[in-house]
Write a new protein. Structure first.
Length: 405
């Protein structure tokens, strides 16, 4: 009787993907993606990244899971109510693909996320619901030469856009005067009014989120593989008629984000507790002179009462000031913020540390001397390196290794 030969025809996890002629699963396993936003759209993006075997993801979100999220967010469960969206999304994504290295950051991208996260990433995906955050993400990606794919959803409509400044049009190039008027109106509002404007939700459906999130990740996959991707372009989706059309965005000649970005140096021995005077001296040596250290975010140095002239020193990002701080302790009128965007020579702030002036861990500051500029990465408190020191993560090399530049 002839021998029976058993042939194992069981396919590997990514076999159907690897059957695609141009597909490189090893490349995706090495890819680093920063996802900003973990709501309905961010859920779809993160789910798709996990299913495709993208190896390394950081997800940023400042909100907690609410019951109303469950009708639009595949990664959340009823038991997650009240927990941080970033944490819950990361936990569910690991269950989809155990090989995924995903690091949640609970915080506001404009105040709590160091620019080192952006520099670490190969691609940034935006799942945001407001213009101001998009403007911030765009400015960071332009300074760091990082491609990013923006998505927006509302009811049955959606849009996907890709940007690779300074080479292509960026998000600011797409903004109309109406868009800028709305952003500037918000920026000119009192901080109490900003809080009120921020407390709103955009109505949408899980079907629209699924479509737009899938398109964003598809564009990321094409870009990583070196295929033509939607960069400097957009696609508008109309779910009512199931029609769509593409847009080519020209570079706005007045947009500031299309010059060659400055070089960046990682300061491994500098952390958030290092005096800014030491960072100043480093920049001074590198540039041969120094006019100022510029900051990438909006910090409030003090609050001043317009009625009784009472002054309170706060030194924190605008987004982190509590409503009760805005009321003058003497006359109860609303105080006005005094912002600081750069630190000149002789400033008292040089005696403080990045942490003391309100900068997040692993941030980048920009040294300026005449026409020369240099980015200085405060790399000593890279939280991904701290994560690598945990016993359960010591064998996970790639995710936590510093990206060579």
């Amino acid at each position: 009787m002839p021998k029976t030969v058993h042939i194992d025809i069981k396919e590997g996890r990514f076999a159907r993907l690897e059957a695609i002629e141009w597909w490189n699963q090893d490349l995706l396993a090495k890819t680093r993606v920063l996802v900003v936003g973990a709501g309905a759209l961010g859920n779809e993006v993160i789910k798709n990244l996990a299913m495709l075997g993208v190896g390394h993801v950081v997800v940023v979100d400042m909100d907690n899971v609410e019951l109303s999220n469950l009708s639009r967010s595949i990664l959340f469960r009823e038991s997650d109510e009240g927990k941080a969206k970033a944490d819950c999304a990361a936990q569910s994504a690991r269950q989809i693909y155990h090989g995924l290295e995903i690091f949640p950051v609970v915080g506001n991208v404009m105040s709590d996320v160091g620019l080192g996260f952006f520099r670490w990433a190969d691609v940034v995906i935006g799942a945001l619901d407001n213009r101001e955050a998009r403007v911030f993400v765009n400015s960071v990606c332009a300074r760091l030469s990082k491609p990013w794919f923006d998505g927006g959803i509302e009811v049955l409509h959606g849009i996907v856009r890709g940007f690779a400044p300074p080479r292509t049009a960026c998000y600011e190039c797409t903004m109309s005067q109406v868009d800028w008027d709305l952003v500037n109106k918000r920026r000119s509002c009192s901080l109490l009014a900003r809080r009120a404007l921020a407390n709103h939700g955009t109505p949408t459906t899980p079907t629209t989120a699924s479509i737009i999130g899938a398109m964003q990740v598809a564009e990321m996959v094409k870009h990583v593989h070196g295929l033509p991707a939607m960069l400097g372009q957009g696609l508008v989706f109309d779910g009512v008629s199931h029609s769509s059309y593409t847009i080519n965005y020209p570079v706005n000649p007045e947009c500031p984000w299309h010059e060659a970005p400055p070089n960046i140096e990682a300061l491994d021995q500098v952390d958030s507790n290092t005096p800014l005077s030491e960072i100043w001296e480093t920049a001074l040596r590198r540039l041969g002179g120094l006019d100022a250290i510029d900051l990438a975010r909006e910090l409030v140095e003090r609050l001043e009462c317009p009625s009784c002239n009472h002054v309170m020193s706060v030194m924190t990002p605008a987004e982190k000031i509590h409503e009760d701080q805005l009321s003058c302790p003497k006359c109860k009128e609303e105080c006005a913020p005094v912002f600081v965007h750069s630190i000149p020579a002789g400033s008292d702030l040089l005696r403080k540390t990045p942490r003391e002036i309100g900068l997040p861990a692993w941030d980048i500051v920009w040294a300026r001397h005449g026409e020369d500029s240099l980015g200085l990465e405060i790399a000593g408190d890279n939280p991904l390196m701290d994560e690598a020191k945990k016993p359960e993560n010591r064998k996970r090399g790639n995710f936590f290794e510093k990206q060579s530049k």
